[in-house]
Write a protein that binds this ligand. Structure first.
Ligand SMILES: [Zn+2]
Ligand SMILES: [Zn+2]
Length: 197
């Protein structure tokens, strides 16, 4: 059999696509097989288009993933992260204040005895301790359990006030006035102790 393009030359192969007989000059050897001129150029075009599509899809998916990630981060930021940080800062500030006070007073026992500071310090220590207990209550609420009524700041005071609002449960200190605050509470939806002055 002779080459389709060169009738005087013997064919050495047939095109893998269209079966056209080809001589050595007309045959195109590529990875997938041997092709005639028109089939090889068709293939190249297809490949370029396929690669281009793949690149575009990849880009689109990547863009979606990036956007989703940004949305989640934004939602997490909005979801109570700020109030949590503020509460932690209050506790840290209280402890820092106490540490400095105790350090300053430790060297002068006479002065400490005459000063009214220990009373204020005692109240502050009580408040921080009480907030830690409420934090524990908040964790119990969030794990869908009911906190033990014995879990409260002052055993001699009346029990904590439990308020239910649909699915939400709020536990409030019965007498927050002893700490000089209007409200000390924690709820299932906001497990971080909330102080209202
Ligand atoms: Zn062909
Ligand atoms: Zn030929």
């Amino acid at each position: 059999m002779s080459c389709e393009n060169h009738p005087n030359v013997e064919a050495i192969a047939n095109c893998s696509d269209c079966d056209t007989p080809m001589c050595g000059l007309c045959a195109n050897y590529i990875e997938e097989g041997v092709y005639c001129e028109s089939c090889v150029s068709n293939r190249e075009t297809e490949q370029i288009v396929a690669e281009k599509l793949q690149r575009q899809n990849k880009g689109a998916i990547q863009k979606q993933v990036t956007e989703l990630g940004a949305e989640n981060a934004e939602a997490a930021r909005k979801g109570g992260q700020n109030s949590q940080l503020i509460q932690v800062l209050i506790i840290v500030a209280c402890l820092l204040f106490l540490t400095v006070r105790l350090f300053l007073n430790s060297g002068s026992p006479d002065e400490q005895a005459n000063s009214e500071l220990p009373v204020a310090e005692f109240a502050l220590v009580s408040l921080v301790q009480c907030m830690l207990i409420f934090e524990e209550i908040g964790e119990i609420l969030q794990s869908n359990n009911t906190p033990d009524p014995a879990l409260r700041c002052d055993q001699t005071a009346p029990p904590n006030i439990i308020t239910r609002n649909g699915d939400d449960i709020k536990i409030s200190h019965p007498d927050p006035g002893v700490y000089g605050v209007e409200e000390l509470s924690v709820s299932k939806s906001n497990p971080v102790p909330t102080l209202i002055y």
